[in-house]
Write a new protein. Structure first.
Length: 186
């Protein structure tokens, strides 16, 4: 058997091996009380201050985070408002540009039409002037040719300028009247 069992049998007492002796319980209680007192007096207040500092930091951090989140929401709303304003302003600028473009186009059309009318009128004037010049040249040329033919037909020279001019004018008038009759008869 074991030594413990032998000793317990000799003493005749019933000893519970799970239960320590009374002096061990008392001295253990005194040690626990002293350790508990020091723990309660010195360690626990330090833990409390550390825990309160941490909780203040956490609460302050949460508060700062909430404030930052509120500021971020406010900045986001301002950004959205500015974006909406910018979009409205861009739409207004586009509309103004479109209106100005239409005005410029209308002015350019008007200017081009006026320039075209001016060019056409100038062309008509030049054409009329050239026509008049050609008619004058043709009359004088035709007059000279008629005089030369008349001289050849008559056989004498028509040297008198006054007679020549009168004959040429009368011949041209006859041609004009024949030309007028032929255009009105058609």
């Amino acid at each position: 058997m074991s030594t413990f069992a032998v000793l317990a049998a000799e003493g005749g007492e019933d000893v519970n091996p799970l239960l320590p002796a009374t002096y061990d319980i008392v001295w253990s209680a005194v040690c626990i009380a002293v350790i508990g007192f020091f723990f309660w007096k010195f360690v626990l207040p330090r833990f409390q201050t550390v825990l309160s500092e941490r909780s203040e930091k956490i609460e302050g951090g949460i508060k700062r985070a909430e404030e930052a989140q509120a500021e971020a929401k406010q900045a986001l709303e301002q950004y959205r408002a500015q974006l909406a304003d910018a979009r409205q302003e861009a739409a207004k600028i586009r509309e103004d540009a479109r209106t100005q473009g239409q005005q410029i186009l209308a002015e350019m059309k008007t200017s081009a039409q006026a320039e075209s009318d001016r060019i056409v009128a100038s062309g008509h004037q030049q054409l009329a002037a050239q026509r008049q010049q050609i008619v004058t040249e043709l009359r004088s040329e035709l007059g000279r040719t008629a005089v030369e033919l008349a001289e050849k037909v008559i056989g004498e020279q028509l040297s008198d300028d006054v007679k020549r001019a009168g004959t040429i004018d009368r011949f041209l008038d006859e041609l004009d009247s024949v030309g007028a009759k032929s255009t009105s008869g058609k």
